[in-house]
Design a protein around this ligand. Structure first.
Ligand code: UDX
Ligand code: ADP
Length: 480
């Protein structure tokens, strides 16, 4: 029986291994993690991450051929294939601070593999890591090999949160990079055999190691670039009276461009886009490619601009001050159908409003009060460390309260800011909300989910990203 061990039971490792286990009953899959609470959660009925469809998949194979454990060394030493899916935070100190990936966790995983292995291993890089990490890991393993052979593969994950299970079941492609030596090709084939249980052969792409690693960064940079492009257009639409949804629709009809990933928003978030682009920028700089680095940096700058622009719009519309005013924040996760808040635009928007002394009442159907408080007090880039190594948040932010539902968050508020496109925000009883708010009552829709006409009929002043401006907003100070 082939044995797989995955180091790191997070958003990538957990769902990916569950889908492998479900589709490959003949393979034993063990997911290990240093976090005891995370592993206990995977072993309970309350999984540590929210992902539609995940519960059902885990239920079917947990205890059959899918196991979660903290006994890392035992399972690593018994495995034939080891996936490494640990954190790769952005460095906050030293060489490459603010851009380069911190490989502390990867390196410690590699050294542990070298320490405990007694048989040949295929080591699969699953976390997003900068180009040439595989080579570094290969060096650590071979210099500590005690005669054991290691093959390093790069198998980047392309799943998006909120749709992880369907992405894993029907991937556009599976990418496997490896050494082009006889042993390397054998390792590639072994991993291909795993995916071939459910992925059609023509969707499994094999490349050299570096192409696989760079493709992951490139794919995320291209996707993020589309959002920054459409968000840049949204500012121009507001200035001119064009409607960004109409523009996106017309642009996306060009089959060379395509309709997906053209929704204007308050900004992109998530654990990958910003981090991967920063990695790309760093790699370009290290290779003396300043212009290329600047080109990609601009994608992040436009994203920061979009979040600032939103905050400025809120403040300038409300008589240039939100001091002491209650603002209901609808949604905190970086997108719908996930409880994940990593790099969510809500953090910067909330911090911006708090900077102007607003009082916030935050509601998100999946994010815990603890998490929100931690996010609002945490330093930039600290989020990507295992939770027990993150600095403890001091006391919660005083001007922030957490609400149980949208109605509580909006009660007596001067304004609502919709920051995540949860479906339930489309069908709220906005008449009831309006009646319980201060007047004039504002809705700032950062995700273009509400029916603007209906809300204006009720009496709201409504701002939507990239749409013709409400007459009220036209008379307010222009925003940069
Ligand atoms: C992304 C990639 O899609 C995935 O392939 C990769 O493996 C990891 O990074 P993820 O971060 O889970 O996945 O979410 P994604 O759906 O890409 O959304 C990222 C951000 O962009 C979200 O904040 C989302 O709200 C925003 N977005 C997305 C927009 O603002 N507009 C769009 O049109 C699409
Ligand atoms: P991703 O979104 O890439 O899956 P997560 O942060 O959700 O990232 O998951 C990474 C997991 O890796 C965390 O649960 C963390 O505790 C775990 N981890 C980090 N370093 C190690 C290590 N050396 N051994 C085992 N698990 C580790």
């Amino acid at each position: 029986m082939v044995k797989i061990c995955c180091i790191g039971a997070g958003y990538v490792g957990g769902p990916t291994m569950a889908v492998i286990a479900l589709n490959c009953p003949s393979i034993e899959v063990v997911v290990v993690d240093i976090s005891v609470t995370r592993i206990s959660a995977w072993n309970s009925d309350q999984l540590p991450i929210y992902e539609p469809g995940l519960n059902e998949v885990v239920k079917q194979c947990k205890g059959r051929n899918l196991f979660f454990s903290t006994d890392i060394e035992k399972h690593v030493s018994e495995a034939d294939i080891i996936f490494v899916s640990v954190n790769t935070p952005t460095k906050t100190r030293g060489l490459g601070a603010g851009k380069a990936a911190d490989l502390t966790y990867w390196e410690s995983a590699a050294r542990m593999i070298a320490d405990v292995s007694k048989s040949n291993k295929i080591v699969v890089e699953k976390s997003t890591v900068p180009v040439k990490t595989a080579e570094a890991i290969e060096r650590i393993l071979t210099h500590n090999s005690k005669g054991i052979k290691y093959q390093i593969l790069s198998n980047p994950e392309f799943l998006a949160e909120g749709t992880a299970i369907q992405d894993l079941f029907k991937p556009d492609r599976v990418l496997i990079g490896g050494r082009e030596t006889p042993d390397g090709l054998k390792a590639i084939q072994a991993l291909k055999d795993v995916y071939a249980h459910w992925v059609p052969e023509d969707r499994i792409i094999t490349t050299n190691l570096w192409s696989a690693e760079l493709s992951k960064l490139a794919a995320n940079a291209f996707l993020a670039q589309r959002i920054s492009s459409v968000n840049a257009m949204s500012a121009l639409c507001e200035a001119t009276g064009a409607d960004v949804s109409q523009v996106s629709h017309a642009v996306g009809k060009d089959s060379r461009i395509g309709p997906k990933f053209l929704n204007a928003s308050v900004g992109f978030g998530g654990s990958c886009f910003q981090k991967d682009i920063l990695n790309l920028v760093y790699i370009c700089e290290c290779n003396g490619l300043a212009e290329v680095a600047n080109y990609w940096k601009q994608v992040i700058k436009v994203n920061d601009y979009q979040k600032n622009r939103f905050v400025n719009r809120v403040v300038s519309s409300m008589f240039n001050t939100v001091s002491g005013k209650k603002i209901g924040i609808m949604g905190f996760a970086f997108k719908k159908d996930t409880g994940d808040t990593r790099e969510t635009p809500a953090i910067d928007v909330c911090k911006g409003l708090l900077g102007d002394k607003a009082r916030l009442s935050i509601y998100d159907p999946q994010v815990t009060a603890d998490q929100i408080q931690r996010d609002l007090t945490m330093n930039k880039f600290d989020w990507d460390h295992p939770i027990h190594l993150q600095p403890m948040s001091p006391t919660g932010v005083k001007q922030v309260s957490i609400a149980w539902d949208a109605y509580e968050a909006s009660k007596d508020a001067h304004a609502l800011c919709i920051l995540t496109e949860w479906d339930e925000f489309k069908t709220l009883d906005y008449r009831r909300i309006f009646d319980n708010m201060q007047k004039p009552a504002f809705v700032f829709d950062g995700r273009n989910v509400v029916n603007v006409e209906m809300l204006r009929d009720i009496g709201f002043i409504v701002y939507s990203i990239g749409k013709p401006l409400d007459p009220w907003l036209k008379n307010m100070p222009a925003v940069a």
